[in-house]
Design a protein. Structure first.
Length: 263
């Protein structure tokens, strides 16, 4: 009987579908056939096994890609942190917190530095708006909840660079939002690169957002539940499993490469 996975081109019983006592007889019969028939039979068997393996692996595809997205989201967060530290060293010549950095500056620099950072950030946002598509979802929550999972690369990168200048110059905005956005962006880029359909792409972006929250706050379980309940709107095992895996992998990556340790 043809199960629909391979074309019914071999009229003889398939060795894998035969009873054990008939298996050797079918192999012996194939051995007596011409060389072309044996090759065709072998290719058909190989194709059937590959199709079965693909069906088996397709059920775990999102788990595999959630691991990749978890690592990518963690490294996106690390890159953003390193960018802030680099700009702080460029502006002030020292590392450390903003309070300690400000104490070593003159009062003129304390006024001029945030002013310069704000002007640079505003200029970068103006550049970002030039290429903005009004129909595209600019935030990862919109891309997952009401969009097709596509996070705009151009706009997200320019906004992240704008946040870098604001934070490094002493501006009072949070760094975690840009970290999560970059992690979700990396997931969206990976999903589009492998040509995921919109439902799986949205789930992959949700995995990236969970990885970003985990990397920013060092809270893998809270990040997974936040994305599942707030962004996706429901808890289902087909979505919760990959999100948890992505969060845990991001947390492990941050501990190994960014020095996160429990208190």
């Amino acid at each position: 009987m043809n199960d629909g996975t391979t074309p019914h081109t071999d009229p003889q019983p398939h060795p894998e579908a035969a009873a054990p006592e008939e298996h050797d007889a079918i192999l012996a019969r194939d051995a007596n056939q011409p060389a072309g028939y044996s090759v065709l039979s072998f290719l058909l068997r190989l194709r059937t096994r590959a199709a079965r393996l693909f069906r088996l692996s397709d059920a775990h595809t999102m788990l595999v890609w959630s691991v990749i997205v978890g690592v990518a989201g963690a490294f996106a967060t690390i890159a953003f942190r390193e960018g802030i530290a680099l700009l702080q060293r460029l502006f002030t010549g020292s590392d450390g917190g903003l309070v300690d950095m400000a104490r070593g500056l003159s009062w003129q620099t304390r006024i001029l530095l945030p002013t310069f950072g704000g002007l640079a950030a505003g200029f970068l946002l103006l550049i970002a708006r030039r290429g903005q598509d009004k129909k595209s979802s600019t935030d990862y929550m919109e891309a997952v909840a009401i969009g097709d999972g596509v996070v705009p690369v151009h706009l997200s990168l320019w906004r992240s660079v704008s946040s870098l200048f604001t934070i490094a110059s002493g501006g009072s905005i949070g760094r975690e939002g840009s970290m999560v956005q970059l992690a979700a962006l990396s997931a969206s880029v990976i999903g589009r690169w492998v040509h995921f359909d919109p439902p799986r792409l949205r789930l992959l972006v949700a995995c990236g957002a969970a990885a970003g929250i985990t990397s920013a706050y060092n809270a893998p379980i809270a990040g997974a539940f936040f994305v599942t309940e707030i962004v996706l709107g429901s808890i289902a095992m087909e979505s919760f499993g990959p999100i948890v895996v992505s969060s845990v992998v991001a947390n492990i990556t941050m501990r190994e490469f960014a020095g996160y340790r429990p208190p």
